[in-house]
Design a protein around this ligand. Structure first.
Ligand code: SF4
Ligand code: SF4
Length: 125
């Protein structure tokens, strides 16, 4: 697996000293060049999804291996305050399925929320 960068979405986090994705990558694999994110070494990426989840513009996705998905399908994420939306796309970028997963704790972090996972067919950008 490896991270894929959608250059039509990435704006390079221009107001930040360090881009969101740069900041969270545990392998220091992401950097900016030409106002866009770049991946230093695809082979070193261990697919932790940290950068995918933190990108505010949904510019990052992980290309899934053929063992678990059809060739070149990708998984991307959009974070919201109480849930995360995972989107599975085919090689053309068409949405196959979205998965909405609710937070498991409330705002105070003390009480468990419903851990139910709902699946919906919806076109999330
Ligand atoms: S966090 Fe997203 S928008 Fe910002 S530089 Fe990285 S890929 Fe681009
Ligand atoms: S998936 Fe993880 S290891 Fe790979 S580039 Fe993103 S943050 Fe770094």
């Amino acid at each position: 697996m490896t991270v894929r960068i959608d250059y039509s979405r990435c704006n390079g986090c221009p107001k930040r000293a360090e881009a969101c994705c740069e900041e969270v990558c545990p392998g220091n694999l992401l950097y900016r060049s030409g106002g866009k994110a770049q991946l230093r070494d695809r082979a070193e990426c261990w697919d932790c999804f940290a950068c995918v989840k933190v990108c505010p513009l949904g510019a990052l996705s992980v290309e899934l291996p053929f063992q678990i998905s059809e060739a070149r399908n990708t998984l991307s994420a959009r974070m919201a305050s109480h849930h995360i939306i995972w989107t599975l796309r085919d090689r053309t970028g068409a949405v196959i399925q979205t998965y909405i997963i609710q937070n498991r704790v409330d705002e105070s972090g003390t009480k468990p929320r419903s851990s139910a996972v709902s699946e919906k067919e919806m076109d999330v950008p």
